[in-house]
Design a protein around this ligand. Structure first.
Ligand code: DC
Length: 223
């Protein structure tokens, strides 16, 4: 099978990261978490004291930001100008800020090129919000992974509760709903399924079932 470019879009908590990572593993492909790139810009903005609607400040940050993924035994690590920022981009503050900076044109333009450069050789699974619609409109196979808000909030709550005991499910649900509204309601590259995306509702399925279903669809599309 020639190396394909596969995209997986969908809202937060739909299971994209777990599924994309597993799918890439099964196919021997590279896994690219594009949300991490937006988080990296958000982290650089906080560090420099730049607010999310300061387009000049964001442009300056992007010009001096070199991002690269590197594989490790614990999965892909993200480096910004040589610093490993893999853990630092996972705080609730960076999560909301990433959503805010992702609505800015300067940031999307910069990351468009970064992502396309990463996908040039194919043999990759790209996960994000606009992979199939904007970044790789000619991708070989496109998926849109979704689930209802309650299911997604509960999944995220369980992940967070595994690390901390004082987390409130209703707050997780509220933050997720707000982020969905930001990501789907923005003018630029809003979250939506590409017209030719294969839609999968992950709510009633296990991770293995979703991956299996995707592998079947990929094989079928390649025949
Ligand atoms: O996938 P994530 O939760 O790590 O993404 C963080 C934010 O980045 C998300 O709220 C929206 C934005 N994002 C985007 O606009 N386009 C992408 N391709 C990936 C993420």
């Amino acid at each position: 099978m020639t190396p394909l470019l596969i995209t997986i879009d969908g809202p937060a908590g739909a299971g994209k990261s777990t599924v994309s990572c597993r799918l890439a593993e099964q196919l021997g492909y590279t896994y690219v978490d594009t949300g991490a790139l937006y988080r990296a810009v958000a982290l650089a903005a906080v560090t420099k004291g730049c607010v999310p609607d300061d387009d000049r400040g964001l442009a300056e940050i992007c010009t001096h930001l070199a991002l690269r993924f590197e594989n490790s035994l614990k999965g892909p690590r993200l480096y910004a100008n040589g610093d490993d920022i893999t853990e630092r981009i996972r705080t609730p503050e960076i999560t909301m800020l990433a959503s805010a900076v992702s609505a800015r044109h300067v940031v999307r333009e910069y990351l468009l090129e970064v992502q396309r450069a990463m996908g040039r050789r194919g043999g990759a699974v790209f996960e994000g919000r606009d992979m199939g619609t904007v970044v790789f409109p000619d991708a070989d196979v496109k998926f849109y992974l979704d689930a209802d808000l309650d299911t997604r909030a509960l999944r995220r709550f369980k992940e967070l509760a595994a690390g901390e005991s004082s987390i409130d499910l209703s707050k997780v649900r509220e933050a997720m709903k707000r982020r969905d509204e930001n990501d789907s309601g923005r003018a630029l590259a809003p979250l939506k399924p590409a017209a030719d995306a294969i839609r999968i509702d992950s709510a009633p399925l296990t991770v293995d079932e979703v991956v299996e279903l995707m592998l079947r669809k990929i094989r079928a599309s390649n025949n």
